[in-house]
Design a protein around this ligand. Sequence first.
Ligand code: HC1
Ligand code: SF4
Length: 576
Amino acid sequence: MIRLTINGRTVEVSDGATFLDAAREAGVYIPTLCFHPRLPSHAVCRMCLVQVAGQAHPQPACITKASEGDVVTTDAEELRQFRAMDAQWLLARHPNDCMHCEVNGACRLQNLVSENQWEDRWEKLARGTERHPEHRLTDHTSPSIWRDLSKCVECGLCVEACGASGQGQYVIGFAERGTGRLPVTVFDQPLANTQCISCGQCTSACPVGALVETPHWHDVLHTLDGRRRVTAVQVAPATRIAIGEEFGMAPGTVSTGKMIHALRRLGFDYIFDSNFGADLTIMEEATELLGRLAAPSRHRLPLFTSCCPGWVNWVEINRPDLLPHLSTAKSPQQMHGALTKRSAFARTLGPGFSSGCEEPYVVSVMPCTAKKDEAVRPGMAGDLDHAVTTRELARMIKARGIAFHALPDDGAFDQPLGASTGAAQIFAASGGVMEAMVRTAAHFAGVEESLPLEWQPLRGVTQGVKTAQIPGLGKVAICNGIATAQRLLETETWRDEFIAIEVMACVGGCLGGGGEPKSMDPQVLEKRMQAVYSIDKQAPRRRSYENPDVQALYAEELEAPNSVQAHALLHTSYAA
Ligand code: HC1
Ligand code: SF4
């Protein structure tokens, strides 16, 4: 351990801790902009400069390691001057349009300006205009991600999140020097023309509004305000355990009931649960797995899960030879949307769900930016109208002045498209789709009695491959993050070793998705994951085949998993 003093307070930290770590331990606030707890720091913003006794120049607290006996000052007038000068440089090149910015109220630069009363330092200068004319700074070509590089603060967090420290996709990298330096795509192409998989991890890392999810929440509010059709919303399993963070609640707080009340106040007629779709996905996917295991040829094994659209995008872009391995089952979002819009099952809900010219207006709330892309992809476009992120839902709630924290936590989903099991809830965590599938596949294969319900080796947020041997079925693998999947697919053994592989593009699974609240808590993924498994633990039913409304859907309309009727509504195809 190391003992040092910060602003007169003595604090003990472990070897290797930075001054920023030590300050947090001592309860001392140091401003930061380019720092992110889960990505490497490059100390480019200089907001965290501190004075260390005996050193001639201030040091960046985010990368400078503490030493025994250090005496550190964080709030000297000289440091305030340095920070103000750096902020002036950033602000001079930043557009003065906070009121219209997608991250207004959630921007770390805006917060710094407000905390330090730097508003008068906002004298606009042109930004690299010779090298980057205005039309090259904004890019709205992707269905999932918008870029506005005029807002970029050059922190480099998007480059890290997309590249070596995160997704391993290297879609974004720095180009140029000096005032022209910007994180651009390869050959400065619009995002839609690149190998971007739409995962949104760059938007999660961006501290400002340079990278955001393609915003659809304005359209949703507009439609709700002028409502002429029945409106329905479905909510992903990962949203209910994170939406509270947008309203100051601790990571891992389950706020399902408050969220449902908020959606009703926004004006939705029906609040459904994507978890119903997740149970249905398991019925289809488990049946598909057993069918492939029984087939004479192994050429479609191992089966790859297909509910993560970032992963599906990656396969289509990078390894079209693997497309036959993907489950043809649509994701829960798409299954649920297709059912809400086009099934006889939903029509029993009444007028507005009727077939013919009027379909209900259907929205999904997802922790994921790639779900926007999935909602418009060929073969599935039309299953729903808009996919918004958890962050966008928070913006809608704030825009309508709904006091989220004051809402009662007893809201309930509408039925029958709102019933679900614990197996559906664990979809939100890396390993959860596989664990849910094992629970039902084991039942279908007649080996359930001898197997545990919970599979601890498949759980956890640690990056890497998790595996388990399932007696009576075979060995399964989980790739926690797209970079892990890439590494597994480079091995020789994956084809023969596993019967099924789950891939979630984002580390942690959907609970770490690119549309979840941005968090500076280093433990945020663990806390959200605990919340997911606690919901499963308390659920009265924990296996997808036990969902009574899923059973009713098969009995009344679809006959059986993988039937012709099920294929027409619930399955899709892929293209290179
Ligand atoms: Fe997911 Fe899924 S779990 S993909 O992780 O299969 O986004 O939460 O909604 O569709 O149910 C995301 C989460 C989500 C789908 C389900
Ligand atoms: Fe990279 Fe994902 Fe951002 Fe695309 S969405 S640029 S793949 S981090």
